[in-house]
Design a protein around this ligand. Sequence first.
Ligand SMILES: NC(=O)c1ccc[n+]([C@@H]2O[C@H](COP(=O)([O-])OP(=O)(O)OC[C@H]3O[C@@H](n4cnc5c(N)ncnc54)[C@H](O)[C@@H]3O)[C@@H](O)[C@H]2O)c1
Length: 265
Amino acid sequence: MNNTKKVAIVTGGAMGYKSGGASIGGATSIRLAKDGFCVVVVDLGDMGNKTVEHIKDAGGDAIFIQADVTITEDVERIIKTTKETFHGLNCLVNCVARYGSGMSKNIVDITEEEWNETLNVNLNGYFKMAKYSIPLILESGGGTIINISSLAAFNALPNFSVYSVSKAAINALTRTIAVDFAPDIRANAICPGFVKIANSENNRSPEELEKWYSDISKQYPMRRVCEVSEVASVVSFLAGKDSSYINGQTITVDGGKMAADTHEF
Ligand SMILES: NC(=O)c1ccc[n+]([C@@H]2O[C@H](COP(=O)([O-])OP(=O)(O)OC[C@H]3O[C@@H](n4cnc5c(N)ncnc54)[C@H](O)[C@@H]3O)[C@@H](O)[C@H]2O)c1
């Protein structure tokens, strides 16, 4: 229990697949704890306990709340528990995503249920968390909201229709929060390109994984894919005072991919 430290909620904060591998939300939670935040890790999956374990082992302060960010009662419980445990809220990081059926489909093939379900997590989950967090952030003297979006908001991935639409909407949501709640709250979005996470490894062998990453790396001027810590460090910057005049922005973390053209002369 600590009411002098800043408090952050990170949704999608569970560690990843198998034995707690890399995840953007997990790395972000650990980084914010290192920065001195008390962290409320939120996730559907119980690997959020693993994130809290990492934070506590390093001397930080964190709790895990198993919850579904699409359910209003769950979101209200998250905010209530945060207030009761840490007495305030200064930072919200929205970092969930739905990767279920229908993700890899164009708009003809995707069912209406798959479309709605994905928007319900990827967009409504961000909206609800922001809606119910903002009053507590204001009550706590202000803070920051950081939405994890994607390069897919700008460049359509083939047959990833609803994901791209949800991420473009997140960028618009970010701007509307930034305009309506400044100067008390700054809101920014981070748009990563491909990030190496455990949950996308599936059953690939280490050799298959190496080849997969190496093939993807060819599309990136940095000639490698992004590590979760390289997204977490941008969250840390946006959550802190060093970014005090950055508001309503979408920051790409893509190793220069969006800056590059594909023509060769
Ligand atoms: N991995 C990438 O290459 C990449 C690239 C760009 C953007 N992103 C974004 O990063 C964020 C993190 O995703 P990730 O790719 O690291 O995948 P991930 O699977 O590691 O993380 C997503 C987490 O969200 C949780 N979640 C899903 N639905 C939920 C719900 N309704 N309530 C609570 N928790 C829920 C999952 O349990 C999971 O732990 C997402 O917003 C994703 O779109 C990822």
